[in-house]
Design a protein. Structure first.
Length: 216
């Protein structure tokens, strides 16, 4: 059953950012028992290529899943991820260990996402694809929404609206911050959030109608 209410809460309460990454060829290349994060970061500060490769493999899956909420094109997502990591390697000396490194890296990745969409707003035409990772179910009272379904609906938003919705609802950015990231006005940011919610509500309502009309 698709939940139609509390769209913001549904996104915010999702476990996407807290789920362990799916094991891939990248994750398998990292041996947690042999290399500590601090040791790898120290190597990255010395521009050690092996340390940079280990850091990349360690966070590849989780950060890619963040970017996939913004684009349905996996190759494009990997390009954005690579640009984000290049920035991270250049700025690695700025990390002061006062917060989680993953949080620090995620902010850089978000900026890489914003820069990409800001530079391509004139030609952002994307196709909806079904290649989205599996995640657990979200439950709200008597209604259930599979996160995979929600991501598929999210992919149907216009590109700029999708980016703003992700930044505002999922990442928790304020309209002023979004406006600065995407080089738009705060009013435009608010419009995209309002429009995105309207489209999402219509899509979820249509999905619930289809579910209710299915033969038992």
């Amino acid at each position: 059953m698709i939940c139609l209410h509390k769209t913001d809460e549904l996104f915010k309460q999702s476990k996407l950012s807290k789920l362990p990454p799916k094991v891939s060829e990248h994750t398998e290349l990292y041996d947690n028992g042999r290399d500590s994060l601090d040791r790898i970061l120290e190597g990255c500060r010395r521009n050690d290529r092996l340390s940079q490769e280990k850091l990349y493999n360690m966070f590849f899956d989780r950060q890619l899943s963040v970017i996939r909420r913004y684009t349905s094109d996996r190759d494009k997502a990997v390009d954005i991820l690579n640009n984000g990591f290049l920035r991270a390697f250049k700025k690695i000396g700025d990390y002061s260990h006062t917060g989680s490194f993953e949080g620090w890296l995620r902010r850089i990745i978000i900026h890489a996402i914003a820069d990409y969409f800001r530079s391509t707003q004139a030609q952002m035409k994307e196709q909806i694809v079904g290649e989205i990772p599996e995640y657990s179910l979200y439950t709200d009272d008597n209604n259930q929404l599979e996160y995979k379904e929600l991501l598929l609906v999210l992919q149907q938003l216009p590109p700029t609206t999708r980016v703003v919705i992700n930044l505002f609802i999922i990442e928790g950015y304020a309209h002023k911050e979004i406006a600065s990231l995407l080089n738009i006005s705060t009013g435009t940011s608010k419009w995209h959030v309002s429009e995105g919610k309207r489209i999402l509500k219509e899509q979820l309502l249509a999905q619930r109608s289809l579910d209710n009309n299915k033969p038992v």
